[in-house]
Design a protein around this ligand. Structure first.
Ligand SMILES: Cc1cc2nc3c(=O)[nH]c(=O)nc-3n(C[C@H](O)[C@H](O)[C@H](O)COP(=O)(O)O)c2cc1C
Length: 167
């Protein structure tokens, strides 16, 4: 698949089969994330991988999207390391690029994922669950697994509708 097709066909997957996600896929997903650009190449991201069933159940209690968390075979929690941060806006942008790299790699591997943001309302509790240091701040949880749902084409505004200046 060419890169544009890969980008265009990635959809958020929220239902997963029981098939385990191989460890090497999780590791390469994180490696893909780390190849994102970051301001001054400060690489402000940190990751926690959650596969344990009981731990996932605890995470599921911290979000409205508990069904997605329980259905996912693995979770990758993505943190901003505030001790490595030099500019909150730029570091947040780098984390977003990191997460998108991860989502695209997952999609290219035939798996599915969804970026969970609502769970940030309990970011401190998630940090405690994974024994993270206080400098780490949760930015997203990515729920991963083999897709158990087919998604459609998705919808986006056309470039013409999105470009407001072009001269
Ligand atoms: C910052 C951010 C937070 C999101 N939070 C959630 C979430 O908490 N729960 C959820 O089901 N999807 C969440 N999503 C996924 C979006 O709903 C989804 O990307 C969007 O509807 C477009 O659909 P698509 O990813 O299938 O193209 C989030 C996406 C982003 C970028």
């Amino acid at each position: 698949m060419d890169i544009f097709e890969l980008i265009r066909t990635r959809r958020s997957i929220r239902k997963f089969t029981d098939k385990p996600v191989p460890d090497n896929i999780i590791e390469t997903t994180i490696e893909a994330g780390t190849w994102a650009p970051s301001g001054k190449n400060n690489q402000p991201w940190k990751f926690a991988v959650i596969k344990d069933r009981e731990l996932k159940a605890e995470v599921s209690g911290l979000t409205h999207y508990s069904k997605i968390v329980l259905s996912a075979n693995a979770l990758i929690a993505v943190f901003l390391d505030n001790s490595a941060s030099y500019d909150r806006t730029k570091d947040s942008q780098a984390i977003g690029a990191c997460i998108q790299n991860m989502l695209l790699y997952i999609h290219s591997s035939g798996l599915g994922a969804v970026w969970l943001g609502e769970i940030l309302k309990n970011k401190d509790k998630i940090l405690t669950l994974v024994n993270g240091p206080e400098d780490y701040e949760l930015m997203a949880v990515i729920a991963i697994g083999y897709p158990a749902e087919e998604k459609g084409e998705g919808h986006r505004n056309t470039p013409a509708k999105s470009i407001f200046f072009n001269q």
